[in-house]
Ligand binder design. Structure first.
Ligand SMILES: Cc1cc2nc3c(=O)[nH]c(=O)nc-3n(C[C@H](O)[C@H](O)[C@H](O)COP(=O)(O)OP(=O)(O)OC[C@H]3O[C@@H](n4cnc5c(N)ncnc54)[C@H](O)[C@@H]3O)c2cc1C
Length: 296
């Protein structure tokens, strides 16, 4: 392990000041499940680690005025998975967090740390993107005396590249806001993990489907994980579904566009071709499941 100085600020203001003071030599620490490993392997060698655990007010889960859910960045992933509010309002979110590794890791890993980590193999991002969730990024007051800034960034726009996010220098993710699921919509998150139950996905797919009264697809959101440098929204498939009857033929036609939309990396979980094929299969199953549970 490398030498570093640990700072444990008691307020967001103090955390911003430390970020300002130590700049590129500082890293934020939430659950530590990713950062500590990176430090042990010397992928990260910060001289200063800013632990966020003592920051007040970032560990709550509550409802938003429009019936959605707001989750503090320091909430453990286990807490999200087991929250009655999340399970009642947004079962897809509970389902996706429940797929993360093991209860032990979920008890340490946080919502904010997971988003900032930017690993395209993570489970929550496809579901969060399918639901239109947004991250809250907070920053210090500027030198002109303006209040501290807050950027509300769709999770879809957060991931820029492999392990690279749009969390800018000086910013801290302080929360996550998820709008209510569309009325009558159905949703599914499927994780294909043929190796061990606590592995990262070989391929994952999240779908949110809304039906018209006549059973046609009014709106479709389909997001794939583990098959590119970032989570990938399958917009061609969504376009083919919108306005169409949700038959086996339409769903298969939509899923058939997925191999061209993804760009998997070959690794010990499978070849590029295998992952493309599995992406199509899991996209189809996720759409079927979501469509099956959507009320007409
Ligand atoms: C063995 C193992 C298996 C795993 N399997 C899975 C899996 O199958 N699916 C899955 O989805 N996840 C899995 N994970 C968890 C996941 O990939 C990350 O480790 C976890 O989400 C990181 O959360 P954390 O709070 O521990 O972040 P940390 O390790 O504390 O931080 C991660 C990164 O985010 C930055 N950061 C932390 N908090 C903030 C913040 N509030 N604002 C801005 N930047 C911040 C840190 O500087 C660091 O760069 C696994 C982890 C392990 C160790």
């Amino acid at each position: 392990m490398i030498d570093f100085q640990l700072h444990l600020p008691n307020s967001l203001e103090d955390a911003f000041a430390l970020l300002e003071q130590y700049g590129d030599d500082a890293r934020l620490l939430s659950g530590g499940t990713a950062l500590i490993l990176q430090m042990k392997q010397r992928f990260a060698q910060p001289g200063h680690v800013i632990g966020l655990r003592r920051l007040p007010g970032l560990g709550d889960i509550g409802e938003t005025a429009d019936g959605g859910v707001r989750i503090g960045a320091l909430c453990s992933q286990r807490r999200v998975e087991t929250s009655p509010l999340v399970a009642g309002r947004l079962p897809l979110v509970a389902q996706a967090y429940r797929q993360v590794a093991t209860p032990r890791i979920r008890s340490m890993a946080t919502v904010g740390g997971g988003l900032a980590h930017g690993d395209p193999n993570q489970d929550p991002p496809p579901a969060l993107i399918a639901l239109g969730a947004a991250a809250i990024l907070s920053s210090a007051p500027d030198g002109n005396g303006n209040n501290g800034g807050q950027r509300i960034l769709p999770v879809e726009e957060l991931f820029l590249d492999y392990f690279d996010t749009d969390v800018r220098p000086g910013e801290i993710i302080t929360g996550l806001v998820i709008p209510p699921a569309p009325a009558g919509s159905g949703a599914a998150y499927l994780k294909f993990l043929p190796r061990t139950a606590d592995d990262y996905a070989t391929v994952s797919a999240a779908a949110v489907i809304t039906r018209d009264a006549d059973g046609h697809c009014r709106e479709a959101r389909l997001v794939l994980g583990s098959v590119g440098l970032t989570p990938i929204r399958a917009t061609a498939a969504e376009d083919l579904l919108r306005g169409q009857p949700l038959t086996d033929a339409t769903i298969r036609a939509a899923a058939a566009t997925v191999p061209a939309a993804v760009d998997p990396l070959e690794d010990h979980r499978g070849s590029v071709d295998y992952k493309r094929e599995m992406a199509q299969v899991f996209a189809r199953r996720a759409i079927e499941q979501a469509a099956g549970s959507a009320a007409g």
